[in-house]
Design a protein around this ligand. Structure first.
Ligand SMILES: Nc1ccn([C@@H]2O[C@H](COP(=O)(O)OP(=O)(O)OP(=O)(O)O)[C@@H](O)[C@H]2O)c(=O)n1
Ligand SMILES: C[C@](O)(CO)[C@H](O)COP(=O)(O)O
Length: 222
């Protein structure tokens, strides 16, 4: 079965507060995005990679690709204003049956085991969502007050959110809603039940400056 990695890296990284969009920041000797793409090519060198980038960063990417000698099939697509639009642009570049892993370009620590869980469940059931348990206590805000909630009823959601191509392309024909924060929420709004699989705890999304230090330490340990 054909496999696609749709890597979304079309954001600007406003919460990181750096001049350079965070996906290009170097950690342990390589840009975050290079680490991320390499995970998929190591998992399957035949993977068809669709990389979504801000239109203004295409030239920077070509330099990085040359410098780090990334081989493999990598097609470039321009991003949109929101993650939803960037994913949609990427899906438009994919045709034919197969499995698509939709992954944040800023999650360079996804493990081969997580990719394998996602692949197997998406092949069997149509989709797979990698998650991890909540390890801290949780409180729900109730107006001015707050209330303890049972954390065992919640999971933290990672990527790659993995789908049979026809199913996710159809779900993305919907109009965008503020409610959509990921691909599973888009799919669910189209009436499709989501299947959870174990993610890996190191598979953090690099969002704030502290995440850079955590991710660099983890990458240096590899
Ligand atoms: N218009 C957008 C917005 C986000 N993303 C991608 O979606 C992933 C998760 O988004 P997030 O961490 O929110 O990245 P940014 O939007 O860049 O960060 P911020 O919200 O802090 O601006 C990132 O790899 C980001 O590049 C994208 O492809 N296109
Ligand atoms: C897709 C995602 O990484 C799953 O946890 C997350 O929803 C992205 O959120 P953001 O608002 O783009 O940071």
């Amino acid at each position: 079965m054909k496999k696609f990695a749709l890597i979304v890296a079309g954001g600007v990284g406003s919460r990181m507060g750096a001049e350079l969009p965070k996906q290009f920041i170097e950690l342990a000797g390589k840009p975050i995005l290079v680490w991320t793409i390499q995970r998929f090519l190591d998992f399957d060198p035949e993977m068809d990679v669709v990389l979504v980038l801000p239109a203004s960063q295409l030239e920077r990417w070509e330099q990085i690709r040359r410098q780090f000698q990334l081989t493999g099939k990598i097609r470039l697509v321009s991003g949109g204003e929101t993650r939803f639009q960037s994913v949609k642009n990427g899906l438009d570049a994919i045709s034919g049956s197969g499995i698509v892993f939709i992954h944040d370009g800023v999650r360079p620590l996804v493990s081969a085991q997580t990719l394998q869980h996602c692949l197997q469940t998406a092949q069997e059931k149509g989709n797979a969502l990698p998650v991890s348990p909540v390890v801290e206590s949780l409180r729900q805000l109730t107006g001015q007050a707050s209330q303890h909630v049972d954390r065992s009823r919640f999971r933290l959601v990672q990527t790659p959110q993995t789908f049979q191509t026809e199913l996710i392309k159809k779900a993305y024909e919907q109009r965008e809603s503020d409610f959509f924060t990921d691909d599973a929420s888009v799919c669910e709004a189209a009436g499709i039940a989501i299947h959870l699989v174990d993610g890996n705890p190191e598979n953090i999304k690099i969002t704030n400056p502290m995440d850079l230090r955590v991710a660099e330490a983890l990458l240096n340990l590899e």
